[in-house]
Design a protein around this ligand. Structure first.
Ligand SMILES: Nc1nc2c(ncn2[C@@H]2O[C@H](COP(=O)(O)OP(=O)(O)OP(=O)(O)O)[C@@H](O)[C@H]2O)c(=O)[nH]1
Ligand SMILES: [Mg+2]
Length: 297
């Protein structure tokens, strides 16, 4: 009997903001790794989600939506998305039935030129009809003739098993890149900051979610409890007032929502302290961005 060779590879998920990349990543991994909201620019980092079986390890990367950077934070987000074009064994280019087809032509141009196999996933097909979907598919076929086009609905898990099968067929033979029990490349603290940021994205309007970064200052795990101290960084004093809210009500609500989710994530009781701090213009300051884990060129 011959043993099956081990397969392993990087499957990188790229595309414009808000098309459902993170929803898809969580479906493919089967865990809630990435945060998801209806607001664009939810994902700011490249986040790996790893699926292990005896003879396969698939390393998915979720990336920020591709955008024209207006400040250095966005430049770093774009760097994460572009890095994912360079080291993929399989590229998942995600679009949806809503966005304009010619959005961000320059990034698409790079996708066109890649030698990597591309699966072009047209997401949110629950939001369209058969005829429009056929037209859209035909137009994408012209733009990316080498790609395999698969209509999906990540939210309702429609056609995701088929996408998994196609990925498994395309992943090359290779030893594993990570420990075979690894689920992600990110530490526990990262998921705390992301869960808090998700609640901020959901709770506050306008510019607040985009002006906020979350830092975990203390993460102490005890037998029955995790003690967490976190800082919410804003750019201006006026934003600090909004985040805290009248008599601290806003921050308290966000804190409660975040704590419940963090408890679910770690399966443990959590004691969460949150403070708000102003770091003037942090989205444009190299040293601060680096300290927050963003890559600058
Ligand atoms: N109707 C519908 N909505 C979906 C589907 N998949 C994702 N969404 C919604 O689309 C919105 C954006 O989803 P995300 O997964 O955060 O999108 P993203 O591409 O990761 O966004 P960024 O990280 O901001 O670039 C959320 O409100 C999702 O619930 C789908 O199949 N159908
Ligand atoms: Mg995302």
């Amino acid at each position: 009997m011959t043993e099956r060779k081990h397969k392993s590879g990087f499957v990188n998920i790229v595309g414009n903001p808000n098309v459902g990349k993170s929803t898809l990543m969580n479906r493919l991994v089967g865990e809630r790794i990435s945060i998801i909201t209806s607001k664009a620019q939810t994902t700011r980092h490249r986040i790996m989600g790893i699926v292990n079986t005896d003879d396969m390890q698939i390393v998915y990367s979720d990336t920020p939506g591709v955008l024209q950077p207006n400040y250095k934070l966005q430049q770093s987000m774009l760097n994460f998305s572009q890095s994912a074009l360079g080291d993929a064994d399989v590229l998942l280019y995600v679009t949806d039935v809503i966005e304009k087809i010619d959005k961000n032509a320059s990034f698409l141009e790079r996708v066109k030129r890649t030698d990597t196999p591309v699966l072009l996933l047209i997401n949110k097909i629950d939001q369209t009809n058969q005829k429009d979907l056929e037209d859209l598919t035909a137009r994408w076929k012209e733009i990316l003739p080498a790609a395999e086009i698969i209509p999906v609905a990540a939210l309702s898990n429609f056609h995701i098993d088929y996408v998994k099968q196609r990925i498994e067929a395309l992943v090359p033979e290779s030893p594993p890149y990570f420990e075979k029990d690894a689920l992600t490349d990110k530490p526990a603290r990262f998921f705390v900051t992301e869960i808090i940021r998700e609640k901020i994205l959901l709770y506050y309007q306008q510019e607040i979610p985009y002006a906020v970064e979350v830092v975990v200052e203390m993460f102490e795990e005890e037998a029955e409890l995790i003690r967490i101290k976190s800082l919410i960084i804003v750019e201006r004093d006026s934003q600090k007032g909004i985040v805290i809210g009248h008599r601290g009500q806003a921050l308290k609500k966000v804190g409660t929502m975040a704590r419940k989710d963090i408890e679910r994530f770690f399966g443990k009781k959590v004691f969460l302290e949150m403070y708000v701090k102003v770091e003037k213009d942090w989205r444009n300051r190299d040293n601060i961005l680096r300290a927050f884990g963003y890559q600058l060129e």
